[in-house]
Every structure is written in structure tokens, then in C-alpha cells.
Ligand binder design. Structure first.
Ligand code: FE
Ligand code: MN
Length: 360
């Protein structure tokens, strides 16, 4: 079927069949390799929807006041363990956020082929930049020696182990991949699971819980607010990688063998063990309302949600969430948003560019 358009003295003939063929060639991997960024017609609606949600959540670190945090940091009211939690949070996330962004740019976004997937991954990578920048802002506001953060990354063995766990995998995928082979497809699927479900989905949550516990006790309101925004972003990132993995498996059934499912479950088990060791370093003694055992149980609970999210069996069926309040912390209501004016402006602008489903 051909449609022709005459504009002035020119006639353009558009081939509908070719357009439909291009749509059918859209795939998570091994799709039509094109430099043309044809987002429409959308095949992966979830990717475009998440892109919009993520964009509407935009925040900038400098918009969050740090005065109260600085006062508390300098005061003698702060317990050593509370100061240590903040240092571990800043030390770990300073590099961890960048590692996630780097893997997206050099592995995930490189290997996927559909433009709307590249679109949402571009936003995801940018949010990791915002998170990394928020750490720079915290470090400079509190007056922490930047070299100390760098040193933490190399000198604290439990941080080093968590880092090696993901970096070694990411590095292995920066070569010529042959995504026609089951082996390389599985390597890519494993990378998605590792970064989305094990790292961002599970290994970020020990410190999220600790920092937000302090925030809940009215300590570090600025840092706490930034962690709330970050946590809200991470929940979208986990969803991006979950959807990506699910669609990859649906399009490539050879990936999802019983052995491979076992391999991913083992990977999560390892991630949980590393996180528990790390939690015990963050909380060597129990602080007011904070016990390492509860945080470890929380990690078991979170890891099982991630496993179930991708159709894998939980490691600890029936384990309960010791921190139900943490889910509420993520649910940031508009009225609590002090830069609401700006957010509304962003949303207005985006409404102009929105496309109704039936137009697609
Ligand atoms: Fe992040
Ligand atoms: Mn993230």
C-alpha cells in the first residue's frame, strides 16, 4: 500500500508496508540497526511511559537546603555511628551511581536496538549523573575531604567487594558481542539482572534504609530528602531493567533455561551476602532504632521481591518487611515538594508534547 503526498510541485510516495516492516524489525536486541531515532511507531510503550514519568520527577541537588545538616554535622549531638552511616553512604554511592551510569552507556544502551529503549536509557544514565552530583553537593556542604571518599572506596573491603561484583561483569561485556548466540544473549540478560535487580534493586537498599531511618528521626533533612528523591528514581530504574529483561526473554526464549534461572538466583544470593557483610560494617554497633539484624532481614525481603519481579522463586519465602514505613518514604506527594512551581512548569511543558495512545 502506497500513499502519495503532493506538496507544491513535489510528490512524495510513502510505502506503508515498508513502515510496518520497520516496526516489526524493532527488537530489544538484533533489531534493525539504525542511526535514525525513530521513536514512532512505539513498540515498547512502557519505555516511553517510564521516560515521561522519570522526566517529570526531575530534581536538582542545589534546590535542597543543607543548613540543618551542616549544623548537625558540626555539633557534638551526633553519635559516632550516625556520622559513620553518613560517611559510608557518601563513600559508597559516590562511585556506585557512576558505575551504573557507565554500564548503561557502554553496555546496555549500546546493545539494545529499539530507539525508545535507547531513549529511556539515556534518561536513566542522566539520573545517575544527578545522583552522583548530589553526592558532590553533600560532600562539599558538609566539608568532607574528597580524598577520604576516594579512599573509602579502596580501603573498605566490603565496599570493594560490592564494586568488584558488578564492575567485573560490566567489563566483560565491553567487547564484540555476538548476540546471535545463546551464550552472549545470556551474558547480556545476566548483566541486566545484576545491575537492575541485584545492585540498584537490592544492594542500594541497606544504606537507603539507614539514611532514611535517620531522616525519620529528624536527622539530616537535606540528605534525607535527596535520598528520597534518589530512591524514587531507583524504583523507576529497577522497573526499566525488569521490563527490558522480560521483553528480552520473551523475544529470545533460548535464554530462559532452568540452568540460567538457577544462575541468576545464585547471583542474587551472592548479592545478598555481600550486602549483609556491608550492613555489618555500616552498623558495627546498634544505634538508636537501628539494628544490623533488622536491616539484613530487610535485604532478604527486598531481594525476594526482585526475584519474584522477574519470575524467579524467592530465597526466603514468607520473610516479612521489618520497615513498612520505608515504602511510604518513597511516595513523595506533590504538596511536600517545595519546588512545586518548577515541577508543575515541567509537567505543563511535557503535556504539550504528549501523544495520545490512539494516535500511535
Ligand atoms: Fe542512582
Ligand atoms: Mn539508578
Amino acid at each position: 500500500m502506497e500513499k502519495s503526498y503532493t506538496i507544491g510541485d513535489k510528490t512524495f510516495i510513502l510505502d506503508q508496508a515498508k513502515a510496518e516492516e520497520a516496526f516489526a524489525a524493532k527488537k530489544v536486541i538484533n533489531g534493525k540497526d539504525t542511526m535514525f531515532f525513530n521513536i514512532l511507531p512505539l513498540k515498547y510503550q512502557w519505555a516511553y511511559d517510564l521516560y515521561k514519568t522519570m522526566k517529570n520527577n526531575h530534581w536538582e541537588p542545589e534546590d535542597i537546603p543543607m543548613q540543618k545538616d551542616v549544623e548537625l554535622w558540626r555539633s557534638s549531638e551526633l553519635a559516632d555511628v550516625e556520622r559513620w552511616i553518613i560517611k559510608m553512604a557518601i563513600g559508597y554511592f559516590s562511585a556506585a551511581e557512576g558505575i551504573v551510569g557507565d554500564n548503561i552507556q557502554h553496555v546496555t544502551r549500546e546493545l539494545v536496538t529499539a530507539p525508545e529503549l535507547k531513549l529511556v536509557l539515556g534518561r536513566h544514565a542522566h539520573e545517575e549523573n544527578i545522583h552522583a552530583d548530589s553526592l558532590v553537593y553533600m560532600i562539599s556542604s558538609l566539608g568532607i575531604n574528597p580524598h577520604e571518599c576516594e579512599a573509602m572506596f579502596e580501603d573498605i573491603p566490603t565496599i570493594e567487594k560490592k564494586t568488584d561484583f558488578v564492575v567485573s561483569n560490566s567489563r566483560a561485556l565491553r567487547r564484540e558481542m555476538n548476540l546471535e548466540t545463546t551464550e552472549d544473549k545470556q551474558a547480556f540478560a545476566k548483566n541486566m539482572f545484576l545491575f537492575g535487580q541485584c545492585m540498584e534493586g537490592t544492594q542500594f537498599y541497606g544504606l537507603f534504609g539507614m539514611v532514611l531511618s535517620l531522616y525519620r528521626q529528624n536527622k539530616f533533612p537535606g540528605i534525607g530528602q535527596m535520598f528520597r528523591y534518589t530512591l524514587r528514581d531507583e524504583s523507576n530504574h529497577i522497573e526499566v531493567f525488569r521490563n527490558l529483561l522480560m521483553d528480552l526473554i520473551e523475544e529470545n526464549e533460548d535464554i530462559w533455561t532452568p540452568e540460567f534461572r538457577e544462575e541468576l538466583t545464585d547471583l542474587m544470593r551472592e548479592a545478598v551476602n555481600l550486602e549483609k557483610e556491608f550492613i555489618r560494617d555500616c552498623l558495627p554497633v546498634n544505634a538508636v532504632g537501628l539494628s544490623a539484624d533488622e536491616f539484613c532481614q530487610y535485604i532478604d525481603y527486598i531481594a525476594d521481591r526482585r526475584l519474584e519481579g522477574v519470575g524467579l522463586k524467592p530465597l526466603n519465602p514468607g520473610v516479612e518487611n521489618p520497615f513498612p514505613w520505608l515504602a511510604e518514604m518513597m511516595d513523595i506527594k506533590k504538596e511536600q515538594n517545595f519546588f512545586e512551581g518548577r515541577v508543575t512548569e515541567y509537567q505543563k511543558a511535557s503535556a504539550l508534547g504528549s501523544v495520545d495512545d490512539d494516535e500511535l
